[in-house]
Write a protein that binds this ligand. Sequence first.
Ligand code: ADP
Length: 397
Amino acid sequence: MSERNVLVINSGSSSLKFELIEADSGTSLAEGNVERIGEDTSLAGLRVGEREVRRDGEPIADHEAALRTAFDMFDEAGSNLAEMNLAAVGHRAVHGGQTFFEPTLVTDELIAKMAELAPLAPLHNPPGLLGMTVARKLLPDVPHVAVFDTAFFHDLPAPAATYAIDREVAQRWDIRRYGFHGTSHQYVSEQAAVFLDRPLSSLNQIVLHLGNGASVSAIVGGRAVDTSMGLTPLEGLVMGTRPGDIDPGITFYLARTAGMTIDEIDELYNRRSGILGLAGANDFRELLKRIDAGDQAARLAYDIYIHRLRKYVGGYLALLGTTDVITFTAGVGENNPDVRRDALSGLGALGIELDEQLNAGPTRGPRRISAAGSPTTVLVIPTNEELAIARACLSVI
Ligand code: ADP
């Protein structure tokens, strides 16, 4: 077994995902998750090579119990984690605020500082912190590293990072555009350069990360120059359960006229908006089924999603001037040819032409989907945030 195995942990409010990766080769040795933590029945599974272990149906009370279940499943699969020569445990950390923008060793001090940042990301940072705390307790002899989703956007140029609100208020409260999914945007843009066999430094890129959460970034020579998410992951594209860009006035209107509390509006924007709010389902596959069945609300949701996507693509094309490559990634971006076609159709005059067959083809893995003569190359590149986190860990230890 190699010396450089990294356990990557992605801790959500009611779920824990983990993957054991041989970081140098990029080989995934094992992968699993625990879902519905704190509910009456939980789901837990682990795949190690060909072996699959499942622990479904048992209640798993909290994140510590979830991680213990994960370790038990490793044991049951014959891969005791303590004997796996773990070089590090990598933690996906969502919001690094102004403080953290590099992979950082998890210490008591980091945990205390991240707790201070919790108000910036109340849905994401507390479960992440919990995951770190519990994992350090259970694996005390291995270095733990936090890798921040905001890090790649730390150096956004000021015009992209700054909101046009009172400067003193913004400074006092650390209000700026931070951006998220940075690990994915960075990884995918680097992989695009590898795929094209061109130096990263020579490329103007647009990356469309379209998963349940969705964001787009413009990247010049490997450096992000704009991204669609902001202070929080609410801004930008229409997502599974979030609205993306909306008029901030809606918030005041709902509070003053509809009598909703701030917490209710927060819940509305984070959990009941986007595709789910419009069409009753946040999973894109379900949305497509409903469209096929003639559901008008689902059709409109899809059209709104595409409309917003095209506005961002157009904006970033203008920002970049020349765009060498546009890359689709994440669940929807990697798997849905309709979204890719509709996002970029009719842009021949701007130098973007898809090859319909390549776009619709069954191929998986990194691939080109633009026509041979298209001045802008369009790619699909599967993201791998876990591998990027594992490699980032090695840069610290
Ligand atoms: P996240 O990591 O943000 O939870 P993912 O990147 O896993 O999200 O993407 C989840 C989304 O991808 C879901 O809306 C799902 O329906 C969609 N998706 C996954 N596979 C496919 C597919 N084969 N066709 C269309 N959509 C898909």
